[in-house]
Design a protein around this ligand. Structure first.
Ligand SMILES: *Cc1c(COP(=O)(O)O)cnc(C)c1O
Length: 381
C-alpha cells in the first residue's frame, strides 16, 4: 500500500457491530467479561481501547514499523522512551531541539541520575566526543527546532548501531509523509501528534513507533504501568486528521517554499532558515532523506533587535501569534520567549537563536494571502 492509501485504510476496519465506516469512539473505562479472565481482548481502558488500537495500527503502518504506542501528549510519549533508561545511563541529543524535550531531559531525568549532552549533530566529531560507555540513547530531532538544521539520520543511526546505542528520532516536524526514520536505521520514532498528524490544532497527543516487538512490549509495559494514555475522543481526532495528512503537508511544503523565497528577497529580512533553499547548509541531506522540505520557516530581522521583531509578530493578521505548529492555519511565533524560553539565553545564542528570530508554521491557506500578510507586517519596521 502506498502512503496516500495507508493514511485512509491502514488498520481501519468498519465497525463489526454496525458497519460504521468511521472508527467508533469507545468511550468506556472497562469491558464486560463472559467469565473471569474470559474476554474479547479488552479488560481495562488504561491497558487497551479499540479506538486507540485502530490509531496505533495506522501509525505503525505510516512509519513502516511493527507497533505504535500512543500517549496523552508528545512529551508523555518521550517520557515513556526515557523510562527505558536507568540511573547512570547517558543521552546524547541535538543542541537545537524542542524546549520541552530539553526540559524533560535536564530538569526531570537529570534528577534521577540520567545525564544529557547536547551537541551539534552536523559534526560527527562532536557527537563522538560526547559518547562514552554509559551512552544508551541518541536523541535526534530533524528538522531541528527552531533553526531548521537537518541531521543526517542514516549516518548517525549507523554510528549508533556500531556502538550498540539505541536511537530515537523525533519526527514531529517532518511527519511520516516526508520521512520515515525506521527505514533509515532508527530504533524508535516519536511524534507529537498534536502537530501535523492531528493537523487541526484541536488535540494534544503523542506516539512512539518501533520495529522490534521486544521494544514494543517494554514500551507497552511502561504505557500501562505509568498510565500516560490518551482518551478515545483524542484518538478519533488524530485518526481523522491523518486521513488528509499527505494533502495538508504537501500544501504546507509548497506554501513554505514560496514564503521562504519571498522572505529571502525582502530587504528587512536577514537570514532565512529553510532546508528547501539551495543556500541552506544541509540542503543536500534534506533532499536525500526527505520527500519535501516541510512547512516550517524561521527568519531573522536585519539589525536583529527585539523591538522590530515584535512589530512583525504583532503585525500579521492571517499568521496568528501562538505556540505550536502543523495545523491547517498559519502561525507565527517567537522562540526566545515562547517555545524555547526554558533554554538558557547563552545556549540559545550559541545556536543562532537570537531574540529577534521569528518562526513560522506555514499552513494550507492561499499562499498569495500569506505573503501579503507578511509583507504588510514587515512594513511596520
Ligand atoms: C510539540 C513538540 C513536542 C511535544 O509534544 P506535546 O504534544 O506538546 O507534548 C515534542 N517535540 C517536538 C518537535 C514538538 O514540536
Amino acid at each position: 500500500m502506498k502512503f496516500g492509501t495507508k493514511v485512509i485504510h491502514a488498520g481501519i476496519e468498519p465497525d463489526p457491530s454496525s458497519g460504521a465506516i468511521m472508527t467508533p469512539i469507545f468511550q468506556t473505562s472497562t469491558y464486560v467479561q463472559d467469565a473471569p479472565g474470559k474476554h474479547k481482548g479488552y479488560e481495562y481502558a488504561r491497558t487497551q481501547n479499540p479506538t486507540r488500537s485502530a490509531l496505533e495500527k495506522n501509525l505503525a503502518a505510516l512509519e513502516n514499523g511493527t507497533d505504535a504506542i500512543c500517549f496523552g501528549s508528545g512529551l508523555a510519549a518521550m517520557d515513556a522512551v526515557l523510562k527505558l533508561l536507568e540511573p547512570g545511563d547517558e543521552i546524547v541529543s541535538t543542541n537545537d531541539l524542542y524546549g520541552g524535550s530539553y526540559r524533560l531531559m535536564t530538569k526531570i531525568y537529570g534528577k534521577f541520575g540520567i545525564k544529557s549532552h547536547f551537541v551539534g549533530m552536523d559534526s560527527i566529531k562532536d557527537l563522538e566526543k560526547a559518547i562514552n560507555e554509559n551512552t544508551k540513547l541518541i536523541w535526534i530531532e530533524t528538522p531541528t527546532n527552531p533553526m531548521l538544521n537537518i541531521v543526517d539520520i542514516r549516518k548517525i543511526c549507523k554510528l549508533a548501531q556500531d556502538k550498540g546505542i539505541m536511537t530515537c528520532v523525533d519526527n514531529t516536524f517532518a511527519s511520516p509523509y516526508l520521512q520515515n526514520p525506521l527505514d533509515m536505521g532508527a530504533d524508535i520514532v516519536l511524534h507529537s501528534a498534536t502537530k501535523y498528524l492531528g493537523g487541526h490544532s484541536d488535540v494534544v497527543h503523542g506516539a512512539v513507533i518501533v520495529k522490534s516487538s521486544e521494544l514494543a512490549e517494554e514500551l507497552r509495559f511502561i504505557q500501562n504501568a505509568a498510565g500516560g494514555v490518551p482518551g478515545p475522543q483524542d484518538c478519533f481526532l488524530i485518526l481523522r486528521g491523518i486521513k488528509t495528512l499527505h494533502l495538508r503537508v504537501q500544501r504546507s511544503c509548497d506554501n513554505a517554499k514560496k514564503v521562504a523565497k519571498f522572505l529571502q528577497s525582502h530587504p528587512k529580512v536577514d537570514n532565512v532558515y529553510y532546508p528547501g533553499l539551495k543556500t541552506h547548509p544541509n540542503h543536500k541531506i534534506a533532499k536525500k532523506q526527505m520527500k519535501d522540505f516541510g512547512g516550517m520557516v524561521s527568519f531573522d530581522i536585519v539589525g536583529g533587535n527585539l523591538r522590530d521583531a515584535n512589530k512583525v509578530l504583532k503585525g500579521t493578521t492571517l499568521f496568528s501569534l501562538a505556540e505550536s505548529l502543523g495545523g491547517v492555519e498559519s502561525l507565527i511565533g517567537h522562540p526566545a520567549s515562547m517555545t524555547h524560553a526554558s533554554i538558557p539565553k547563552k545556549d540559545r545564542l550559541k545556536i543562532g537563536l537570537t531574540d529577534s528570530l521569528i518562526r513560522l508554521s506555514v499552513g494550507v491557506e492561499d499562499v498569495d494571502d500569506l505573503i501579503q500578510d507578511l509583507e504588510e507586517a514587515l512594513r511596520n519596521i
